[in-house]
Design a protein around this ligand. Structure first.
Ligand SMILES: [Zn+2]
Length: 328
């Protein structure tokens, strides 16, 4: 094995994935951890795990890519304090560089996934694409005219905080009101559905399998979609007419802003509920969109989209990231 190897790290709100592979996106070894279990000594833990699991490969490693939930301070190479995860101000770039003696790149996880689509995935043939993750939170990565957008602080793509409800019924983890993520992300769906059940659909709760979940305080995004799949009328209505319609509004806003040729959807909610996520978007998006509607499809990179993206930014660094850090 003479080729150069890359280490990728995907820091998610729920799971952290660590992998090693080649520049073509082929993964040799992968490890998955619960972020909450390792958050208290995050960078040190990752360094130790890399040394423990990848020792046979380390002399061939040419770089380490980190794809992380935001907010990030790209210039400082730090993960700040994500509203949906227990990480607090982790100087991940400096610590990994110090611990491993390798070059370390950091980008937002959904941005990395967009770059993975461009380098390794179905996005190869497109100059304009958006990747949106419907997961614990909602994030995106945007490529316009082959250029990966970053912005002044590296947050040009925070589409989860697009306002989809001007009444601001639900409050987002960021503190803002009416944000897409406050209604349709995994962590916030339970509170939104609870509010709907107590208010708008109170008279339909009896007889719905959501009633049981509601009374036991066990409503989760996963339970909502499961009951909808099993034919519960109220669960299906909420998935289609509430969450589905809000997803359509969010995606229409993304299309109106960035004019992509294709929108890739990833993240656990989209990957586990393809039909229930795609159908309402197709049904309602016309009401909100003004630009020519692109193809909306599920990512072909699955749950490893951000991990592959972490590797892709090392294998083929985007020009915008090089410019951002002043590299030639
Ligand atoms: Zn927000």
């Amino acid at each position: 094995m003479n080729e150069e190897l890359i280490i990728g790290i995907d820091v998610g709100a729920t799971k952290t994935r660590l992998g090693i592979g080649d520049a073509n996106g082929r993964m040799y070894v992968k490890r998955v951890y619960r972020t909450a279990d390792i958050a208290h000594r995050f960078a040190d833990f990752i360094v130790d795990e890399i040394k423990r699991n990848f020792s046979n490969y380390l002399d061939k490693v040419v770089g380490v890519g980190v794809a992380s939930i935001g907010p990030l301070d790209l210039k400082r190479g730090a993960i700040l304090s994500p509203p949906n995860a227990p990480l607090k101000n982790v100087e991940v770039v400096a610590k990994l560089r110090e611990g491993l003696g390798e070059e370390v790149f950091l980008v937002n996880d959904a941005v990395a996934a967009a770059w993975a689509e461009k380098v390794y995935g179905m996005g190869r043939s497109f100059r304009n694409l958006v990747y949106i993750t419907l997961s614990t939170g909602i994030g995106a990565g945007v490529i316009v005219d082959d250029h990966l957008l970053l912005g002044k602080d590296g947050n040009a793509h925070e589409v989860g905080h697009i306002v989809v409800d001007y009444t601001g019924m639900m409050r987002c983890g960021c503190g803002g009101r009416g944000h897409w993520e406050a209604y349709c992300s995994g962590i916030n769906i339970p509170a939104f559905v609870k509010r709907l059940l107590e208010d708008k659909y109170r008279d339909q709760l009896e007889g719905s399998s959501l009633c049981h979940e509601y009374r036991r305080s066990s409503l989760t995004a996963e339970a909502l979609f499961r009951h909808a799949k099993q034919g519960d009328v109220l669960a299906a209505k909420i998935v289609e007419e509430e969450i589905g319609r809000l997803n359509a509004a969010g995606i229409a806003s993304v299309v109106n802003c960035y004019d992509p040729e294709v929108v890739f959807l990833g993240g656990a909610i989209a990957l586990n509920n393809e039909e229930l996520v795609l159908r309402p978007i197709a049904k309602y998006v016309d009401a909100y969109v003004t630009n020519r509607m692109p193809k909306v499809t599920i990512t072909d990179l699955g749950e490893d989209a951000s991990l592959k993206g972490a590797m892709a930014i090392v294998a083929k660094p985007p020009a915008s990231l090089r410019e951002y850090f002043g590299h030639p």
